[in-house]
Design a protein around this ligand. Structure first.
Ligand SMILES: [Zn+2]
Ligand SMILES: [Zn+2]
Length: 253
């Protein structure tokens, strides 16, 4: 199975519109971060986790030719805003795309994209089949997802463990019970926004402490703000088994 980081930036992306900081003006491609999402390519299924505002360009950039499913972590705009663009896959595949979301996220999708769900079947609208999920494990073809609930300030957000790979994008607090679900994971992806304290996101130090606590062989940091610093500079400060993710990074799991 291959994982591709389609986006590793926080909600505004990097560069930030109208920002002239050294990160936003860096020529390093690793300092250009679209909104957070990953592509999972298994033998039988191609899946994305989240479809944020950059979804269209992420599909083009990663040359994704087929998409079976979207799995949503939570309903913030930077994670759902691009869902309308699954239309291209509907036309090409002549089939709906499977959408996996918990009850609260489903309500948000109906609110944000009422025309998809109002039953009028207006020609050309995105076609989806919604599969309700909760904290129980579920399968998409051969890919087994174990949801892990984390708190994004007060909002419960889903992370997912797939075999020995765990992907968590928007955590500030993780309970001991949920940590147990990811113990023994070999590759961990966790959010690290910036160095300064933030109400709903791990700081760099909090992400490193969490990574050490879980003890994965390798941890990748994602959902990164321009305030964190340049990829090259921050990379020098990190322990050997922790790296900043960057757009386009691929992992074989
Ligand atoms: Zn900036
Ligand atoms: Zn987010």
């Amino acid at each position: 199975m291959t994982i591709t980081f389609l986006g590793t930036g926080t909600s505004q992306g990097v560069p930030v519109i109208a920002c002239g900081c050294e990160v936003c003006t860096s020529p390093d491609a690793r300092d250009k971060r679209l909104r957070t999402s990953i592509l999972i390519e298994a033998e039988d299924k191609t899946i994305v986790i989240d479809s944020g505002p950059d979804f269209r360009y992420q599909m083009l950039r990663a040359k994704v030719k087929h998409l079976d499913a979207i799995v949503f972590t939570h309903e913030h705009k930077d994670h759902i805003a691009g869902m309308d663009d699954i239309r291209a896959f509907n036309y090409k595949q002549n089939s709906p795309v499977d959408v996996y979301a918990d009850a609260r996220v489903q309500r948000a999708l109906v609110r944000e994209f009422p025309y998809i769900f109002d039953g009028t079947g207006y020609p050309g609208i995105p076609q989806v089949i919604v599969h309700p999920i909760d904290l129980h494990p579920f399968d998409i073809g051969s890919v087994k997802f174990t949801p892990v609930e984390v708190l994004h300030y007060k909002l419960p957000v889903l992370g997912f463990r797939i075999n020995d790979f765990t992907y968590i994008t928007d955590a500030k607090t993780v309970s001991e019970t949920e940590k147990e679900k990811i113990s023994g994971t070999k590759i961990l992806v966790i959010n690290a926004l910036q160095k300064q304290t933030h109400i709903s996101h791990f700081t760099l130090d909090e992400a490193i402490a969490f990574a050490n606590d879980i003890g994965a062989e390798k941890t990748y940091l994602t959902h990164i703000s321009h305030r964190l610093g340049k990829h090259l500079d921050i990379s020098k400060e990190l322990p050997d088994n922790i790296e900043l993710a960057y757009d386009g990074l691929k992992l074989n799991i």
